[in-house]
Design a protein around this ligand. Structure first.
Ligand SMILES: NC(=O)c1ccc[n+]([C@@H]2O[C@H](COP(=O)([O-])OP(=O)(O)OC[C@H]3O[C@@H](n4cnc5c(N)ncnc54)[C@H](O)[C@@H]3O)[C@@H](O)[C@H]2O)c1
Ligand SMILES: [Zn+2]
Ligand SMILES: [Zn+2]
Length: 395
């Protein structure tokens, strides 16, 4: 089959690789009809996340048709259309029973989990196409993919619903939803969202749906800020004003009740702290660039809530722990527990309460995936989301 493989920093290629097969009884094989490129993929493309090997198949946002089902999987049948959560979770362990699927203890094979155990104290959960730290599973930017624990993860899509309306149930829609939920929004709240990429935009949409009175969105790309405005947000261009000062002014001197960091470890901007972070990262003396996280903690009101869907991988330098403690902030974060939200969000899509198609700017054949990565990284203003179609344009 054809699949997009990681070869090194800024080097991804579509190659012919062996077809996947059933390995465990609960597996299924899915023929991919749509798969998207995520901001998290850029962290691999830029080689900020370690644990990649040349030839690894990328992609964790995908959907398609079930073409084979293992003998121990009675939940799925051949021919069904499914969206697959990026988190691989067994459904039965201590964590899955608590619906903390992104903490599943069974989906990262022992010898791979050892590496992340050293880095984080406990092993990470398995995920598709996201380095050997999360199990080294082949991803879904491919014609076919093996889905482990396929009786737990995949959500079956009713006939007649086109791919683009439901594809983002695999990751960014539940991620935006959980980012807002982690803000514990109260009526009258003002929520500030850093980053108007796909995750930030879905966080804005979700914050309103969960009862926020005002949302203030921060970015520097005019088109992405425009999309935020269409969703009802007020906007701040961080290249034009000082963000904390602007937020203070817009909230009567109090600050936002809740703040969402939908940027993560590769923050942009020419502020002194961010330039120092970039230099340190470039010579291997630092891992993450937590400029936005610092700003979020400084800008949030006293007693406020901080939600971090943006991905961080290593260590944060000059982290304002004093402000965090003295202001009594609450922080919630994590990879998304997609399986917890998938059914509810599918229902909201079907009822018309949520539209996900507005952020798709480009649809490309899988063969053009390398071009898609380049565009998503280098032309962020207009390239808001790239969807790859491995089977041409039939879906
Ligand atoms: N927690 C999860 O499970 C999960 C799931 C998906 C994505 N993510 C993470 O969410 C983050 C966003 O993903 P995305 O797909 O929207 O990415 P993206 O790269 O498309 O968007 C990031 C946006 O942040 C903006 N930005 C950069 N620096 C900024 C700054 N200083 N202030 C304000 N805005 C700034 C950029 O201009 C860009 O529009 C990434 O870190 C990604 O890895 C997390
Ligand atoms: Zn993603
Ligand atoms: Zn589990």
């Amino acid at each position: 089959m054809r699949a997009l493989t990681w070869q090194g920093k800024h080097d991804v290629r579509v190659e012919t690789v062996p077809d996947p097969g059933i390995v465990n009884p609960r597996d299924a094989i899915v023929r991919v009809t749509s798969t998207a490129i995520c901001g998290s993929d850029l962290h691999l493309y830029d080689h900020y996340i370690p644990g990649m090997k040349a030839g690894d198949i990328l992609g964790h946002e995908f959907m398609g048709e079930v073409v084979e089902v293992g003998p121990g999987n009675s939940a799925l049948s051949v021919g069904q259309r499914v969206v697959v959560p990026f988190v691989i979770a067994c459904g039965g362990c201590f964590f899955c029973q608590k619906q903390q699927y992104a903490a599943c203890d069974n989906s990262n094979p022992a010898e791979k989990a050892d590496v992340s155990e050293v880095a984080y104290g406990y092993p990470m959960t398995g995920a598709f196409g996201y380095s050997h730290l999360t199990g080294g599973y082949a991803g879904g930017q491919a014609e076919y993919v093996r889905v482990p624990y396929a009786d737990v993860g995949p959500v079956v899509i009713p006939d007649g619903i086109e791919d683009d309306r439901v594809l983002f149930l695999s990751d960014i829609l539940p991620t935006g939803w959980m980012a807002a939920e982690n803000c514990a929004i109260e009526s009258g709240d003002t929520v500030a969202v850093w980053g108007c990429g796909p995750v930030g935009l879905f966080a804005i949409q979700s914050a309103f749906l969960q009862g926020a009175e005002r949302v203030i969105a921060i970015d520097h790309h005019p088109h992405r800020l425009e999309l935020a405005k269409v969703l009802g947000a007020e906007v701040i261009d961080y290249e034009e004003v000082k963000v904390r000062e602007a937020l203070v002014e817009m909230t009567g001197g109090i600050g936002p009740d809740a703040c969402i960091d939908a940027v993560g470890m590769e923050s942009h901007g020419m502020s002194i702290d961010n330039v120092v972070d970039q230099v340190k990262a470039s010579v291997g003396l630092g891992t993450d660039r937590p400029h936005v996280l610092r700003q979020v903690i400084m800008a949030c009101r006293k007693g406020g809530r901080v939600s971090i869907p943006g991905v961080y991988g290593g260590f944060a330098d000059k982290f304002p722990v004093g402000a965090l403690m003295e202001k009594g902030l609450t922080i919630k974060t994590g990879q998304t527990h997609v399986q917890r939200y998938k059914d509810k969000l599918l229902q909201m899509i079907l009822e018309g309460a949520i539209d996900t198609t507005f952020l798709i700017s480009h649809r490309l054949p899988l063969e053009d995936a390398a071009k898609g990565y380049r565009m998503f990284k280098e032309q962020q203003n207009e390239v808001t989301k790239v969807v790859l179609k491995p089977d041409g344009w039939r879906h």
